[in-house]
Design a binder for this molecule. Structure first.
Ligand code: HEC
Ligand code: HEC
Ligand code: HEC
Ligand code: HEC
Ligand code: HEC
Length: 577
């Protein structure tokens, strides 16, 4: 709470200065800022009584949606391609509170209100009283101060006990009373417990034929939906990605006192999934302690260095190492405090990495290798693996986000001398697979991976010659490919034809399987002895070629590679005679 108030003042003063400094800037009504702050309560306010939920949410991709540097690079690039006609399309889902508050889409993250940094935050889900369908994120959050009711599943019955014993629990029920402010009785919102609650954001259509998110569409026809298993059951339950029930935990702890049933149903707000953040770890996970510094200040803190590590700081004091610091990080105290936040956040990200591995491992089964040829020297080696989508909720991967999330199979053959003689699913020097999008393949520096097994979805366009071609995005940046997104800068009737763009899904439908088949030429199998086949699935949030295309920084590319995970790593030994 204190942090919000102090920062609120800071922002207010900064805002006032800006207004004085530049008359061309629109003058902001200070009352509007106060209204906004009180009518869109921050997650930090909820954290005081719902700490477990808060810390799960703080590392989730929901909390990340407004901060994501990749979101901002992509959003900006797309707006440039489409001459600004995209408008608030992207931000109204990723920065919903901010958009509803009327913040302009182009406003930099560090100039926005505190709450807009929280992305899909508590009130984005718990202050929604209407039932929305497929609206591409155009939902309405009921603006109201913290003391107004929240919307939930109707389980929080013990609230009465707190509201009627305000003094005992040290809560403030009405304006002006001492104590921690508390919301009044929660209102039951039927939709929040149903899969339909997620559809307004997890089914995204950009224009006819082009869908960026298709989870809902797949789920609707999946066995899970017929069996009454909800999105929440798999994404908020006790086992990542599987509908095996929920953890239990008290819903609220008010000023140190547990309220109600200590073994109430607990829905995990981490929202397990393969996605991961690549922001500066001082800025994300959403850590109230991190808010002591602005985004600008954090970006000047070299978290990859040893700054603020006590041992290193000792050496620095003794003159055994040298370093230069920006003004804000010039004292040892500041650096150590910042390092403390970073260490805590990296620990949270490490836990998230574990849950990402779990959800992905739970989602698939890999059987094999099955050998299809004789295990003999100077004979080609043929084998396959069976890849099964164990998830009955939707495709693997769902193919959401168009052509972004990557999931591919990496297989290596090691010969009796311990040498890697063959590989599929290898990467180029940037980290991209060696398919037609690899810059290194295009330059002739590495070989095209003709046996690559990749479950990533691709956009295809039909060009003027009538042939299909893979592309990054359906936007009209290349006259030959005739891609298009929303009204273009040039008349679409002349060079554009949206229906010629489609998505080629390569993901596995629920419970379906596909064989990954390989053939290794006989020249590679020249020595008798023990061979090893190593295999692993690799899961990465973004292709590097796409990051380059939207202008991502090198640090972003580095982070996306550093945090990718290996799924079901395996090694099988066999004899060749
Ligand atoms: C209706 C809601 C909605 C809209 C509108 C929307 N997104 Fe998303 N976005 C999502 C969801 C949901 C995910 C998570 C999908 C997943 O992991 O499968 C996501 C994920 C992403 C990611 C990957 C995660 C990350 O932050 O790095 C990027 C980048 C992204 N969106 C960019 C955009 C851009 C650019 C636009 C505008 C063209 C846009 N989104 C419009 C809902 C939306
Ligand atoms: C993306 C939507 C979403 C966001 C964001 C979200 N919640 Fe929830 N919340 C849910 C759903 C869904 C449930 C489970 C409802 C049910 O039991 O059917 C839930 C349940 C709860 C519960 C009931 C107790 C429990 O442990 O399950 C509390 C308390 C709660 N949320 C608080 C919060 C707080 C605080 C935040 C922000 C830090 C937050 N929620 C963010 C969707 C959300
Ligand atoms: C001062 C303490 C306090 C604060 C602050 C607080 N809550 Fe609660 N909340 C409670 C109590 C107490 C309950 C009832 C617990 C029970 O019945 O076990 C509750 C219940 C809930 C529920 C369950 C509702 C249902 O229908 O089952 C949700 C959701 C929730 N709170 C969300 C929030 C959100 C969002 C915020 C911030 C905007 C917030 N809370 C702030 C104390 C608080
Ligand atoms: C207000 C819009 C909104 C609502 C409502 C919403 N989500 Fe999301 N969700 C998003 C966005 C945006 C992202 C991706 C943010 C990012 O990474 O930049 C996301 C991310 C996720 C992810 C993580 C995906 C990954 O790749 O790791 C999961 C899982 C998820 N949501 C599940 C759900 C479920 C289940 C519900 C319904 C209970 C739900 N969401 C409701 C907007 C929403
Ligand atoms: C039977 C369990 C199950 C159900 C039901 C389910 N999911 Fe998933 N979901 C998973 C698993 C496992 C993964 C990880 C593998 C993957 O990425 O497909 C996942 C991944 C995701 C992702 C990450 C992106 C991606 O491309 O796969 C999102 C977003 C998501 N689910 C949202 C939803 C929403 C929204 C619903 C309901 C409409 C839903 N899920 C229903 C199990 C489930």
């Amino acid at each position: 709470m204190r942090i919000i108030k102090e920062r609120g003042w800071g922002l207010f003063l900064a805002g006032a200065l800006l207004v004085c400094a530049s008359i061309s800037q629109a003058v902001e009504d200070p009352h509007a800022a106060v209204y906004a702050e009180t009518n869109y309560p921050s997650a930090i306010e909820c954290a005081s009584c719902h700490p477990k939920v808060f810390w799960e949410w703080a590392v989730s991709n929901h909390a990340y949606s407004s901060i994501s540097p990749m979101f901002h690079k992509f959003e900006q690039a797309l707006n440039v391609f489409a001459s600004g006609t995209i408008g608030t399309f992207c931000v109204r889902c990723h920065q919903q509170v901010a958009t509803q508050m009327g913040e302009p889409r182009e406003k930099a993250l560090w100039e926005r209100s505190d709450i807009s940094r929280e992305g899909v935050t508590c009130i984005t889900c718990h202050r929604v009283s209407a039932e929305f369908g497929k609206v591409n994120g155009e939902r309405h959050i009921d603006p109201a101060p913290l003391r107004a009711p929240v919307y939930g599943a109707g389980t929080g019955k013990a609230i009465e006990q707190v509201l009627t014993n305000a003094e005992k629990y040290e809560v403030s029920v009405a304006e002006g009373e001492d104590g921690t402010p508390i919301h009044s009785k929660p209102i039951k919102h039927e939709q929040i417990s149903k899969s339909e609650f997620c559809v307004s954001c997890h089914q995204v259509a950009v224009h006819p034929g082009i869908k960026l998110e298709v989870v809902w569409e797949q789920y609707r026809n999946a066995p899970a939906s017929k069996e009454g298993i909800t999105c929440q059951d798999c994404h908020m339950g006790s086992v990542p990605g599987e509908p095996y029930g929920y953890d239990t935990w008290p819903i609220a702890v008010v000023n140190g006192q547990i309220v109600g049933d200590p073994s109430a149903k607990h829905s995990n707000h981490l929202f397990y999934g393969p996605g991961y953040p690549i922001a500066h770890p001082g800025i994300f996970p959403f850590n109230p302690k991190g808010l002591n510094w602005s985004i600008d200040e954090w970006l000047k803190f070299d978290y990859r260095s040893d700054w603020g590590e006590p041992d290193w700081e000792d050496l620095l004091e003794k003159g055994k190492v040298e370093a230069e610091f920006p003004e804000i990080w010039s004292t040892r105290k500041a650096r150590e405090e910042a390092r403390y936040v970073i260490s805590l956040n990296l620990k949270l990200l490490e836990d998230k990495r574990q849950s990402r591995i779990e959800v992905m491992e739970n989602s698939m089964r890999i059987d094999g290798p099955f050998f299809k040829s004789k295990l003999k020297v100077n004979e080609p080696l043929k084998f396959s693996y069976k890849i099964t989508n164990k998830d009955k909720g939707h495709n693997l991967p769902s193919g959401s986000l168009g052509a972004q999330p990557e999931l591919w199979f990496n297989v290596v053959l090691i010969d009796p001398d311990g040498e890697r003689v063959w590989e599929s699913g290898y990467v180029d020097k940037y980290g991209d697979m060696a398919d037609i999008h690899s810059l290194e393949v295009a330059a002739g520096n590495i070989e095209y991976d003709s046996q690559l097994f990749n479950l990533q979805t691709k956009f295809l366009t039909t060009n003027v010659k009538g042939t299909d071609r893979e592309m990054y995005l359906p936007v009209n940046f290349d006259i030959d490919q005739i891609p298009h997104i929303r009204p273009a800068g040039v008349p679409t009737s002349v060079i554009n034809h949206p229906p010629f763009i489609r998505m080629e899904g390569r993901s596995l439908p629920p419970l379906a399987h596909r064989m990954a088949k390989y053939k290794i030429p006989k020249e590679k199998i020249s020595k008798p002895g023990k061979y090893v086949l190593q295999s692993r699935f690799r899961s990465r949030a973004e292709p590097i070629y796409f990051m380059k295309f939207v202008g991502a920084t090198e640090d972003m590319e580095r982070s996306i590679n550093e945090w990718m995970v290996d799924i079901h790593p395996n090694a099988v030994e066999f004899e060749i005679q």
